[in-house]
Design a protein around this ligand. Structure first.
Ligand code: HEC
Ligand code: HEC
Length: 358
């Protein structure tokens, strides 16, 4: 039987090969065609136009994730959606609230099932300008940061793969991911969309900015002007760490918040360099009046406590930076410094509708 089926002539053999190729080609075409689903939306690459306040450089953009309108819109939906937490109880917004400059007002914000982490939720204002992320610099860049809160057991406690499955099962999200990235929700696209939205959270229109850049002499009170002079004075040295347009030089410093760093060793956790014990990234002071409590663990309740801390010269940890030393501030000077720090609040930022869901 087998013998009979064999093609006899060379011509017949050639024809058979050709037809196999045609069949293969057609199948391939079919498969590709099916995958492409004609209804998929085209990728929308319209760039997002940053509106930069006076004195602000362009945000750090990455070649692999240029900020587009479609990514920002998708990132915003994700930011407010509890779909990213194990039991659908928390969104990013639960710990990063716009009215608090995207920080929280308690020392440690509870995660899923009330699980507690060990750090105070920071503001997200101007995160586009941070290099290393987190207080210890443990995450290389904003573009990949969102994987941490989603998976952290003391935060949203959901595997990023499960997050992707949930999102891909939702027709609207599936479409939005196609439009923004030309592909499905996955670890890359989820984190990049969230980063794109957060890059737009730029805050630079405080009373201090209006006074300094917009020539509005009435924007600051007398007390705030005195406080500003103290803040930028060599004697107090605040602005040697809290420097530049974002009031941070993005270095890691030990400002003597603790006598001993036991439960949180700061930058040491990442580098294992003993000199990094108790060092934390110098935080921005923009909107600082809204982001109490303060320091890595939220252990200082208000700005009075922070100023008392600096006035007494820190707790005296052996690695405490030498610029942290007793200042002998008068009660008036403390009030003036507080007035200056409060002038860094950006009312427009916390009301800006672009950061809200419609
Ligand atoms: C349970 C509270 C909680 C939730 C929910 C949460 N965060 Fe955070 N977030 C924190 C805390 C605490 C930190 C500080 C972590 C650290 O420094 O180690 C932080 C840090 C960050 C940072 C780094 C900021 C910096 O200054 O380095 C970014 C960005 C961020 N969160 C974005 C998000 C996004 C996006 C989501 C949602 C996917 C989210 N967070 C959900 C509490 C939370
Ligand atoms: C040697 C560098 C350095 C100097 C000088 C310095 N700071 Fe800080 N500051 C830090 C670091 C680091 C932190 C965060 C510490 C932590 O997370 O535990 C911080 C935290 C703060 C905070 C709390 C911010 C928050 O979101 O929790 C305020 C407010 C502040 N500093 C104001 C000042 C003032 C005012 C001065 C001058 C009197 C000053 N700092 C001098 C490094 C410095």
């Amino acid at each position: 039987m087998r013998q009979l089926r064999q093609p006899t002539s060379l011509l017949q053999q050639g024809m058979l090969r050709l037809s196999r190729w045609i069949i293969l080609f057609q199948c391939g075409w079919l498969v590709l065609g099916c995958n492409e689903e004609p209804s998929q939306p085209a990728v929308d690459t319209t760039p997002y136009q940053f509106e930069l306040p006076a004195g602000f450089p362009a945000p750090l953009e990455s070649e692999s994730n240029p900020t587009t309108v479609a990514k920002v819109e998708l990132g915003k939906r994700l930011f407010y959606d509890p779909i990213l937490s194990a039991d659908f109880s928390l969104s990013c917004n639960s710990c990063h609230k716009q009215e608090l400059a995207f920080a929280d007002d308690i020392a440690i914000s509870p995660g899923v099932d009330g699980a507690l982490g060990f750090r105070n939720a920071p503001t997200l204002a101007n995160v586009a300008y941070l290099g290393l992320m987190h207080k210890d610099g443990g995450v290389p860049k904003l573009d990949m940061q969102a994987g941490t809160p989603i998976e952290d057991m003391a935060e949203m406690n959901l595997s990023i793969f499960d997050a992707a499955d949930r999102l891909n099962a939702d027709a609207e999200y599936a479409r939005a991911f196609q439009t923004a990235f030309g592909r499905k929700a996955d670890a890359f696209t989820i984190t990049r969309a969230l980063a794109a939205f957060q890059k737009t959270m730029i805050s630079g229109n405080s009373a201090y900015d209006q006074y300094t850049y917009q020539q509005d002499d009435t924007a600051l009170s007398e007390a705030a002007i005195r406080g500003m002079e103290l803040f930028f004075s060599e004697e107090l040295a605040c602005s040697s760490c809290h420097s530049g347009f974002n009031f941070t030089d993005n270095t890691f410093q030990n400002n003597g918040t603790k006598e001993e760093y036991i439960s949180d060793q700061g930058r040491f956790r990442i580098t294992w360099d003993s000199l990094d014990m108790g060092s934390f990234r110098v935080p921005t002071l923009r909107n600082v009046a809204l982001t109490a409590p303060y320091m890595h663990d939220g252990s200082l309740a208000d700005l009075d406590a922070v100023l008392a801390h600096y006035d007494q010269g820190g707790k005296g940890h052996p690695l405490q930076d030498e610029r942290i030393r007793p200042l002998n501030l008068s009660a008036q000077q403390k009030e003036d410094l507080k007035a200056f720090l409060s002038s860094l609040t950006d009312e427009q930022f916390i009301r800006d509708e672009r950061y809200r869901l419609e």
